[in-house]
Design a protein around this ligand. Structure first.
Ligand SMILES: [Zn+2]
Length: 390
């Protein structure tokens, strides 16, 4: 049951806050919605105790790629399902809305959610209206820089970048021209580009080479679906990283997981990771069609990365400090600060043998699970929504 408490202490948990330099047993006191104290053994002094012995406390988890326009197309899911219902306090929509739908997104999704909902505005006027697999950038009239600019300027508080589907299916006869236009727009609006790679929805079009896409990206831009098995991914025919991928990463282009129905493949992930390329962000690409598997939630996606060899601290860093950097929001997100509004996740880590499943039904052995316990925003304490465990 969700609760509202004006004064409480999270007692006995292990706090892991990579950006704040903390890993150890710390209590956290929240009063009037703000973090009042973080200390090894806080006196309760009349506050409510929430006993979280054996659990992990982290800065509010951030899921940087989902589809959150509830009811829209095949994808739109209620943000609180993957958000506070999954011990995640911030979720980011990846391109459901083009400029025409941005006000609707804001009023209907962001302003009605219990979770903080941020937004990558779609370069295409159509956004996610048509569903996946359509040529949403193939007509030059479907990009309207002036209108995008107006929408962005009116909504800077929620907009974190511009989403581009860099697939043969989406770009169609326009080829790379939309990327050129996105580059100019990103520069003039000072917003990063979030670029979908991998021909996951359209099989009959020539894929776009990732090297061609990367020519248009700069430090701070983000490539999502880094572990896709579909044409247009990070590996060449010999399963080596394309040299342009190494160069892009070295120049500061960021890489995001974007699990989704199609785009987390463990074989590809192993090959990419073995060649030294690591994710900057971990995200579910959560939508209506993958909550019941293979994605489930962000904590499960983090546990899959642990099965691939990352430590608990590393995956927490990806979902907190690194995600805040990727969104350009380090002053408000990604770490616990005294005096700031409470934005906290509580997780349960268990030693258990299970099989992690990827988007192609491939499995690898996993030894630990991560499950949601609470999402805390201000005075509100949210319990997780039911999800079938993997
Ligand atoms: Zn997506």
């Amino acid at each position: 049951m969700n609760r509202t408490l004006t004064d409480f202490v999270l007692k006995g948990g292990r706090l892991i806050d990579p950006a704040g330099g903390r890993d150890g047993q710390f209590d956290v006191r929240v009063r009037n919605g703000k973090i009042e104290a973080i200390d090894a053994n806080l006196e309760t002094n009349g506050a409510n105790d929430i006993d979280i012995k054996g659990h992990i406390v982290t800065p509010g988890l951030i899921d940087v790629h989902l589809h959150l326009m509830k009811g829209l197309g095949a994808f739109g899911v209620d943000p609180d399902i993957f958000g506070v219902g999954s011990a995640v306090t911030t979720v980011v929509d990846a391109g459901s809305a083009g400029h025409t739908l941005l006000d609707v997104f804001r009023n209907y999704v962001t302003d009605n959610a219990k979770t903080r909902v941020l937004n990558y505005i779609n370069l295409s006027t159509l956004g996610g209206v048509s569903g996946p697999g359509y040529s949403i950038l193939a007509d030059p009239r479907l990009i309207d820089e002036a209108k995008i600019e107006q929408a962005v300027e009116a909504n800077r508080d929620i907009i974190v970048g511009i989403k581009i589907m860099a697939t043969g299916g989406a770009l169609g006869a326009q080829g790379l021209k939309p990327l050129e236009r996105a580059r100019k727009l990103g520069d003039s609006l000072k917003l990063p580009l979030l670029v979908h790679i991998g021909e996951s929805w359209t099989k009959d079009t020539a894929p776009v080479h990732v090297g061609d896409v990367l020519k248009y990206l700069r430090a701070g831009d983000i490539v999502t679906h880094m572990f896709t098995v579909h044409p247009g991914g990070l590996l060449d025919g010999n399963r080596k990283l394309w040299p342009q991928v190494r160069d892009a990463k070295a120049s500061g282009v960021l890489m995001d997981v974007g699990h989704g129905l199609h785009n987390l493949n463990f074989d590809v992930a192993r090959k990419v990771l073995d060649q030294g390329l690591h994710p900057d962000g971990v995200s579910t690409d959560g939508h209506r069609g993958n909550r019941a598997g293979p994605v489930y939630d962000l904590p499960t996606t983090m546990a899959k990365l642990m099965a691939l060899g990352f430590s608990l601290n590393q995956v927490i860093e990806m979902a907190t400090a690194n995600a805040a950097k990727l969104l350009g929001r380090t002053s408000e997100l990604g770490t616990l600060r005294i005096g700031a509004s409470a934005d906290i996740s509580v997780l349960k880590i268990q030693d258990r043998e299970w099989k992690a499943v990827d988007s192609q039904n491939g499995t690898i052995p996993a030894h630990q699970t991560i499950t949601p316990v609470y999402a805390i925003r201000g005075e509100k304490i949210y319990e997780p929504l039911a999800v079938e465990p993997p």
